[in-house]
Design a protein around this ligand. Sequence first.
Ligand SMILES: Nc1ncnc2c1ncn2[C@@H]1O[C@H](COP(=O)(O)OP(=O)(O)O)[C@@H](O)[C@H]1O
Ligand SMILES: [Mg+2]
Length: 359
Amino acid sequence: MSRIRVAVIFGGKSNEHDVSLISATHVIKSISREKYKVIRIGITKKGHWLKYIGDVDDIANGQWEKHPDNVPCVLSPDPLHKGFLVIDEDGSVSNLKIDCVFPVLHGKNGEDGTIQGLLQLAQIPFVGCDMISSANCMDKDTTHTILEAHGIKTAKWVTLIESELDMLNDKCKQIESELTYPMFVKPANCGSSVGISKAHNLDELKRGIKMAFTHDTKVLVEQGLVGVECECAVMGNENPYASTIGEIEAANEFYDYDAKYENAASKVIIPARFDDDTMTKIREEAIKAYKAMGCGGLARVDFFLCDNNEIVVNEINTLPGHTSISMYPKLMEYDGMPFEEQEDKLIKLAIDRAGVDYE
Ligand SMILES: Nc1ncnc2c1ncn2[C@@H]1O[C@H](COP(=O)(O)OP(=O)(O)O)[C@@H](O)[C@H]1O
Ligand SMILES: [Mg+2]
């Protein structure tokens, strides 16, 4: 059997571009070369697609973008092409066929259903959730609404649309009547804590809302939760597996951008320091949430174990970080699945879902 051609797409027009580069480096290095031929496609911060054949170690530092052998390419939505159209310097176009795409992209334009929709049109198997579940998990307002309809607890919340900025005082009165301080203000579609703030009073609430609207046209204000932040890695299609729970100890007042990526004092504790019963309940909730959102392949379900013992889903990440220190791969490793095996399983799940038989 010839090797399965897997295109790893990295970078992207997203504020999580740099994290994607680190995740993709780890993924590219770990995919078994015995079974798979890896094709690397980078998307610049401006959204240009380039086929990259240079050194893998020049992806994370951003040098890859300047490589002289980069060739522009586009993913064709036409299933006949089954892959990329590569545009050579003389303008000639060749068809690079692939069997599966591994989009190692985080946040907007990668984790939000856009790429997934294109791949569905192209009828190419791809790793991770489909278009609709990616989009629903990206939008925190939609996630809350769907989870609530399935009886899964989320933080109480109020949604604002941009036009409501004109009546901010009235809106804040309504929020204050439904929620108590501290509250969390978030753009509906973002990631890496960008645009998120904690409001302790009316002044901070108004400022937080205005700031969040600079990132999105829809904003959520959530009841602040008090408890332990924890995460569960889920993998699978119809019968997903939920991992041991990991705990986050943020270095700052909350897990903001600095605490996630800059502040080494933030800690990930695996396994979380919970009793077995609590651990089991959170794993069950993770599966429930995964199914309710229609996830497939993989997702990381993030929770709060509140001080009153309530288990509350915070959000679901459909393409969670895949760096060597990221929670998702670490949890699966803790449960006995080495990183290379995770990549293999994820590609197999993608191919299975598409109903293609390569063996
Ligand atoms: N309702 C809440 N109560 C307490 N802390 C919260 C709440 N919502 C978010 N946070 C804090 O803010 C961080 C970022 O929020 P999150 O919804 O996970 O956004 P992102 O998609 O950017 O990761 C969380 O990891 C947590 O530390
Ligand atoms: Mg988060």
